[in-house]
Every structure is written in structure tokens, then in C-alpha cells.
Design a protein around this ligand. Structure first.
Ligand SMILES: Nc1nc2c(c(=O)[nH]1)N[C@H]1C(S)=C(S)[C@@H](COP(=O)(O)OP(=O)(O)OC[C@H]3O[C@@H](n4cnc5c(=O)[nH]c(N)nc54)[C@H](O)[C@@H]3O)O[C@H]1N2
Ligand SMILES: Nc1nc2c(c(=O)[nH]1)N[C@H]1C(S)=C(S)[C@@H](COP(=O)(O)OP(=O)(O)OC[C@H]3O[C@@H](n4cnc5c(=O)[nH]c(N)nc54)[C@H](O)[C@@H]3O)O[C@H]1N2
Ligand code: SF4
Ligand SMILES: [Mo]
Length: 710
């Protein structure tokens, strides 16, 4: 008799660093993952996953996956490894680290991670507690949204802002530096629903992205000039008499000072700086203030020298127009702030020894190659949940650092990425169907359970298990934090008695898979109609006296006294890009084009960019260039071109198009340099300088030259 194969389902949460955090269903047959689909019940996921994840079950079975611990046998970067046992791998790591600690001190070891896995248990900070106890260098993790977050916390405090689902109530939607159709796909139906009901959709983007093409109005400021545009809009609101005086008087701080500064932004000046016609700025201000508007701010708004300051200026606009009075009115930055997660339990900053140094993610190249005064130097590096050779700036310098013979480098990964290729030891990590986790979200208000659906392939271990093994090797298992199972950790990190949890327990997740925080429903959430901002004054703070720079948790967990940095401008304002004709004419003479490097539609950061069918869907690395800039360089459609500056270069195929303005080129992110035409990618040319707040990156503030490759 033929037995029917046994089919089981489990709840999943997409592990990626994506605002949508889709609720998934794992289908398992005879212990094999046979399908992963979107949960139909979930109000945002609505049963659909994106192109990246639509064959996620197959991704688990990719033949290139790492299944066993490996030890390097060839030269660094040669991708020659031998299989070793977990016992040997952990013993070798422990021996080498103990040796480094004896010779150089524990700070010579540096952990390095990001949100390649977004789970509370397996994600960003899952190794912090271990490394803090070991006494290593503290890793500051500011790849994404930390400048935006610092600006947000200074201006409106840790509020979740507008529920993305509430956008159906908006009558005017501004999507500012966000390519929703590629990067926030599950928000788009809510925008379309509002549009159907008559809302105007405005996209402010430095090039005509997929989302800009679908908008009612595309406004295209030059990269990095959005603060001038925002200050121009503020001035136009004031000049036009559109400010909601009653709301502003009751619920904001520093309006007179902001107004004084904004009025210096004359229409002519704003047009000259941003390239946006003065009448468009005036029209935008009029339309914005006379209907009920909401703004979705993209992370890309922070990616230039004045990034944080830009976001403070943008945050002022809905406050001036009184937008927070309406359901769906105000701003969406990141709902993250209202998640009742106890980050101190995750990261254990109490273990950090006073005086411990901090090294930022974006400056890995400097840190490894003597570009920073580091005493002791970094002698041991542990990278997990991130692929800096593809994703971090100044990658040539990172490669130089990773090639150092005296560096002991361990990576935990799914694949031998362009980063892991340089490791001395590689540890195979589980994929989402193979471990338990709980997903917070930075794009909506749901907590999502991810259940282990299948046994890990090969000998893969979850990140949390890797840190349990290391904790045991170092004798840390006296603290129960280091022996809890993945599911126990998930439960441990959530503040169950917080009002946002609505009195539910883990059983609720086992039954439903996800939970919309009890912070109001999308149809009635109105957190700030009467102020109530979680700032010191309870108001929107346009002006912050004695403002200091800082990096917010969870991007950096630190003991209190080391949290705040240099003084910052008390008011929002425009800081021109660091690399522009205006600020650096000499550089602009050699490298006249401003490059932006947004996300690829078909990859999730660098994930999937090693899979042939995904590369086919996305197309090989391309460079969008305006007809005029192409012509002056004898570049035709489809020509291979080299993009370069003093930091490095990469090659791609030219796409000559009006979608970009003169002086701007676009090359999307995620491609592996080892699979590109030349051994380079967009981050070969990008700078590791920080933006004005939160030590965020400046990926949109880079000048380059382009040449046809013969
Ligand atoms: N398909 C896909 N989705 C993703 C990701 C991915 O890699 N692929 N990554 C995820 C991650 S980590 C993040 S942070 C989010 C990011 O999602 P988004 O915030 O949408 O990020 P980007 O695509 O980098 O940039 C958005 C848009 O900003 C524009 N832009 C760049 N610089 C400027 C500027 O100075 N001014 C203005 N006005 N516009 C500018 C770009 O042209 C781009 O169209 O996406 C997430 N979702
Ligand atoms: N030029 C330019 N550069 C950028 C950006 C840009 O817009 N332009 N965007 C920046 C932004 S917003 C971000 S968020 C960063 C993202 O940069 P990264 O966080 O480095 O992004 P990913 O490419 O997703 O790298 C995640 C890696 O972790 C691995 N991984 C996934 N899950 C697990 C796991 O459970 N365990 C372990 N051990 N490994 C796992 C994956 O295989 C992958 O190699 O890139 C930044 N870089
Ligand atoms: S990458 Fe984003 S859109 Fe795609 S399945 Fe994951 S959460 Fe959903
Ligand atoms: Mo990001």
C-alpha cells in the first residue's frame, strides 16, 4: 500500500532585513521543506512573498550551501578549505582567541554583525552578550537607519509613528527616498488603495525608480540636497500661511527659530541647490498642507554628509501642517520603537567593561589596515549576519585587511561569500526554516513567530547555538542566559507585561503565528493628535538645545556614560554633500558624476546575488546614465563601462536613459564582486565617512567618473 507522505505546516517569519517582515507558512513533507508561502491571514503579507523569496524552500537546498565547518588550507581568499568537525572548530577558535587575549588583550578581538538575519534570537545582536562578557571591542552597527533614528528620536522621540496600514486613510502620500515597489512591496497595496480613493501619490527620488514611475508626481532633487528642499518646503508653508498655528503652538518647540532659519531658503536658492523648480516647491507646500498628508521616509534620506539633519527637517513638515491630527497622518519612519523588546537582555551591556573601545561597521577597512589608532590592533575578527565585502564602503581596503596574514578571521555563513572567502574558519549557519526565532519589524507593528520546520541541513547550527558552544568553551555557562534554548531566548527577550503585548503569551503565537501590537488599530491609531510625543517636552522638538550626537540602541548597546557624542546643531538645516562641485571643486573636476547605489529589485542586499536564476531575473550589474553624459563619453546602450574614483572601481553595462538626470548615475547594490565583470562592486567606490547624525553611511555622497571599456 502506498502511504500518503506526511505534510505538516509551521509558522515562519521572513528573516531578511526588509520592512515587510512577511508572515510565512512552511510546508514540510517527510522532513523536507517543500513550499514556503506568504500567510494569507496576515493583513500585510496577504499570502504573497516577493520575487526574492518565492522559491525560498529551494534556497535551503542550494547545492552551494555550507554544510560543515571548514578550515582554510590555501592562501587567504583562495576559497580553499577542508572539512573539520564542530569540536575541532570550536576548540581552534577558543585556543586562538585565548592566545590573542594573552598577547594583546581581549579588545584585540572584534565581533562584526548586521541584520542579515533580523530575528531577536538569531539576528543583529545575538552575539553581543557573549562578546561583551569576553571583553572584546564593541561593534557599532550603523549600516542602516541609524542617522534617521537619531534624527527621529531627537525630534519626535521613540514613537512608532503612523501605522503603514493606516495609509489607506491618507489623502496625500509622500514617499520620500524609498523605492517601495522594490523594497517595501507589501506597503504598496495600501498606497494604491488610498490612491483609488483619490489620494495623490508623490515620490521624491533622485532618479525615476520603479516607484517614481508609478506615482502621480515624481520630484527629483539632486542626491543629498533633500534638506534644502525640505527647508524650502517649510519656508513655503510659512510664506503661504499654511502653518497649523494652533497645533504648532500647542505641540511643538522652537518654531520661531526654525522659521527664522527656513526663511533664508529663498525659492531661487532652493531651486539652484536641488534642481527642483521653485513653482513645484510652492505647489507641493500648498497641496501638502491643504489635504490630510502622510510621509513614508526611506532610509536613503540619510545617505549623505547632512543625512541626519535632512531627516530632522523632513520630520518638521507634517508637524507644521498639523498632519498628526488625522488617522494615517504624520510620518512613518520605523515602527520598531514601539516593540517591547528588552534589548539589554539581548545584548547584556552590563558585561561591557568601562573604557571598552567602539569600532564602527562602516570603517572595517580602516580598522584592519592601520587607518585608525587602534591599540591593540584587531587580531581576531568574527563576522556573522553580514557580508561587508559586498555591503560596506571602501571594500578594497576591507579586502586588504582581510588578507592580513596575522588576522585570525572566523565567519558564520550560509555560503562562501566574498567576505567568508577570506576566513580561516567558516561555521555553517542555519536558514530560517531550520531554527526558532521571533521577528520584530521595522516596517509594521506585528511580532512574528518563526518555528523550526525541518532539521538543519548538514551540520548547520543556528547563530544562537554557535554562541552557546562558544560560551561553553569559555566557561560562561554559569549565567543561564548562555544556556537557554532558541525558543526560551525568544520568550526571555519580550516584555510580556508591556501594554503593547495586550496580555498575550507564547501560546497565542503558537496558534496564530503573529500579533499586531496593541498600539491602536490601523483604523483608529492616532497617537499624537494631542501631542504626547515621547520627547522630554512631550512635543515635537524642532529645536533641541544642547543636542548631542548619539547612536541609538539596538545599533549600539553601551554603558550610559559613553552614549552621547559631539555637539550637534540645535536646529535642522542643510549641509551640502561632502563630495560635490560646491564643496570639493577639485575632486569634482576629476570625478564629475554623483553615483547613487540603491537596492536591487531582485536581490536582498547581497543575498540571492549568487544564484544564477536570481541574477538572470535582476540582470547583470548595470549603470544608468543620462543620454547627455553618455554621449560626451561615447557610451552607447549596452556598452561595458568602468565606474571609478580614487577609492576603487567596478564595471557594468551602460543603460542610457532619461530616468536619471545629467550628472547622476545609478548602479544597484548586492552584486558579488567575484561574480561581476571586474573584481569590483558599487562599494568599491563608496566612502566610509559618516553622515551628520548617528554615524550612518554616505552611500549617496560619492563622486565618480565613467569610461567605456574597450
Ligand atoms: N528588493 C530589495 N528590497 C529590499 C532590500 C534589497 O536589497 N532589495 N534591502 C532592504 C533594506 S536593508 C533596506 S534599508 C530597505 C531600503 O529601502 P529604500 O529606503 O527604498 O532604499 P534604497 O533602494 O536604497 O533607496 C530608495 C530610493 O532612494 C533614492 N535615493 C538615493 N539617494 C537619494 C537622495 O539623496 N535623495 C533622494 N530624494 N532620493 C535618494 C534611490 O534612488 C532609491 O530609489 O530596503 C529593504 N528591502
Ligand atoms: N552602496 C550601498 N551600500 C549599502 C547600501 C546601499 O544602499 N548602497 N545599503 C546598506 C544597508 S541599508 C544595509 S542594511 C546593509 C546590509 O548589508 P548586510 O547586512 O551585509 O546584507 P546582506 O547582504 O543581506 O548580508 C547578510 C549576510 O548574512 C548571511 N546570513 C543570513 N542569515 C544568517 C544567519 O542566520 N546566520 C549567519 N551566520 N549568517 C546569515 C547571508 O548569507 C549574507 O551573506 O548594506 C548597506 N550597504
Ligand atoms: S524579503 Fe521582504 S517582501 Fe520579501 S518575503 Fe521577505 S519580508 Fe517579504
Ligand atoms: Mo538596510
Amino acid at each position: 500500500m502506498n502511504e500518503q507522505p506526511k505534510r505538516e505546516t509551521f509558522f515562519g517569519g521572513c528573516p531578511h532585513d526588509c520592512p515587510d517582515t512577511c508572515a510565512m507558512i512552511y510546508e514540510v513533507e517527510d522532513g523536507k521543506l517543500v513550499e514556503v508561502r506568504g500567510n494569507k491571514e496576515h493583513p500585510m503579507t496577504r499570502g504573497g512573498l516577493c520575487v526574492k523569496l518565492k522559491d525560498y524552500h529551494d534556497h535551503h537546498y542550494n547545492p552551494d550551501r555550507l554544510l560543515h565547518p571548514l578550515r582554510r588550507v590555501g592562501p587567504k581568499g583562495s576559497r580553499q578549505f577542508e572539512r573539520i568537525s564542530w569540536d575541532d572548530a570550536i576548540a581552534e577558535i577558543a585556543t586562538r582567541w585565548k592566545d590573542i587575549i594573552a598577547k594583546h588583550g581581549s579588545q584585540a578581538i572584534m565581533p562584526y554583525s548586521y541584520l542579515g538575519n533580523e530575528g531577536l534570537v538569531q539576528g543583529l545582536t545575538c552575539g553581543d552578550a557573549f562578546f561583551n562578557r569576553l571583553g572584546t571591542t564593541v561593534n557599532e552597527k550603523t549600516f542602516c537607519a541609524s542617522g534617521s533614528s537619531t534624527a527621529w528620536l531627537l525630534t519626535v522621540g521613540p514613537t512608532g509613528g503612523v501605522d503603514p496600514e493606516s495609509f489607506t486613510h491618507s489623502k496625500y502620500i509622500v514617499i520620500w527616498a524609498c523605492n517601495s515597489i522594490s523594497t517595501n512591496l507589501h506597503h504598496w497595496p495600501f498606497v494604491l488603495e488610498a490612491q483609488k480613493k483619490g489620494a495623490k501619490v508623490v515620490v521624491i527620488d533622485s532618479y525615476r525608480s520603479r516607484t517614481a514611475k508609478a506615482a502621480d508626481w515624481h520630484i527629483a532633487p539632486k542626491p543629498g540636497t533633500d534638506a534644502a528642499l525640505a527647508m524650502g518646503i517649510i519656508a513655503a508653508l510659512i510664506r503661504g500661511g499654511y502653518v497649523d498655528d494652533a497645533w504648532v503652538n500647542a505641540h511643538t518647540v522652537g518654531f520661531p527659530e526654525l522659521a527664522k532659519r527656513a526663511l533664508d531658503f529663498t525659492p531661487d536658492y532652493v531651486e539652484a541647490v536641488t534642481g527642483v523648480p521653485a513653482q513645484d516647491v510652492a505647489q507641493f507646500a500648498r497641496e501638502f498642507a491643504t489635504v490630510q498628508p502622510s510621509i513614508r521616509m526611506g532610509v536613503a534620506l540619510e545617505r549623505h554628509a547632512g543625512g541626519g539633519q535632512t531627516i530632522r527637517a523632513v520630520c518638521a513638515i507634517p508637524a507644521l501642517a498639523g498632519s498628526w491630527r488625522h488617522v494615517g497622518g504624520g510620518l512613518l519612519q520605523m515602527p520598531l520603537w514601539e516593540f517591547p523588546v528588552d534589548w539589554a537582555k539581548v545584548s547584556r551591556p552590563d558585561y561591557i567593561r568601562p573604557g571598552t573601545r567602539v569600532v564602527n561597521n562602516l570603517q572595517l577597512g580602516r580598522a584592519l589596515t592601520g587607518g585608525m589608532q587602534l591599540d591593540p590592533p584587531v587580531m581576531g575578527l568574527f563576522v556573522y549576519n553580514t557580508n561587508p565585502v559586498s555591503q560596506a564602503p571602501e571594500t578594497n581596503r576591507i579586502v586588504e585587511g582581510l588578507s592580513r596574514e596575522d588576522l585570525f578571521f572566523v565567519a558564520a555563513e550560509h555560503f562562501i561569500t566574498d567576505t567568508a572567502a577570506y576566513a580561516d574558519i567558516i561555521l555553517p549557519a542555519t536558514m530560517a526554516g531550520e531554527h526558532d526565532d521571533m521577528m520584530f519589524s521595522w516596517g509594521h507593528f506585528y511580532l512574528t513567530l518563526n518555528e523550526k520546520a525541518i532539521e538543519p541541513r548538514g551540520e548547520a547550527n543556528s547563530n544562537a547555538e554557535i554562541f552557546r558552544l562558544l560560551s561553553k568553551a569559555f566557561g560562561f555557562d554559569d549565567d543561564p542566559r548562555f544556556t537557554m534554548s532558541d525558543m526560551e531566548l525568544a520568550a526571555h527577550y519580550i516584555q510580556w507585561d508591556a501594554p503593547q503585548m495586550g496580555g498575550i503569551d507564547m501560546e497565542y503565537f503558537r496558534k496564530h503565528g503573529y500579533f499586531h501590537l496593541a498600539v491602536g488599530t490601523p483604523d483608529d491609531r492616532l497617537p499624537h493628535a494631542n501631542g504626547n510625543f515621547p520627547t522630554p517636552s512631550g512635543k515635537v522638538e524642532f529645536m533641541v538645545e544642547d543636542a548631542k550626537n548619539f547612536v541609538a540602541p539596538p545599533f549600539r548597546m553601551m554603558y550610559e556614560e559613553n552614549q552621547s557624542g559631539e555637539d550637534v546643531d540645535p536646529l535642522p538645516g542643510y549641509m551640502p554633500p561632502r563630495e560635490s562641485a560646491e564643496t570639493n571643486p577639485n575632486l569634482a573636476e576629476h570625478y564629475p558624476l554623483n553615483i547613487i547605489s540603491p537596492k536591487s529589485h531582485g536581490f536582498l542586499n547581497s543575498c540571492y546575488a549568487n544564484e544564477e536564476h536570481k541574477i538572470k531575473g535582476q540582470g547583470e550589474q548595470f549603470v544608468l546614465i543620462s543620454p547627455k553624459d553618455a554621449e560626451s563619453r561615447s557610451i552607447r546602450e549596452g556598452d561595458p563601462v568602468r565606474v571609478f574614483n580614487g577609492r576603487g572601481d567596478f564595471e557594468g553595462l551602460a543603460r542610457v536613459t532619461d530616468d536619471v538626470g545629467e550628472g547622476v548615475i545609478v548602479a544597484t547594490l548586492g552584486y558579488w564582486r567575484s561574480l561581476n565583470r571586474s573584481d569590483g562592486s558599487v562599494n568599491s567606490i563608496s566612502s566610509d565617512e559618516f553622515c551628520s547624525l548617528g554615524r550612518a553611511p554616505t552611500f549617496s555622497d560619492n563622486l565618480v567618473q565613467v569610461m567605456r571599456v574597450n
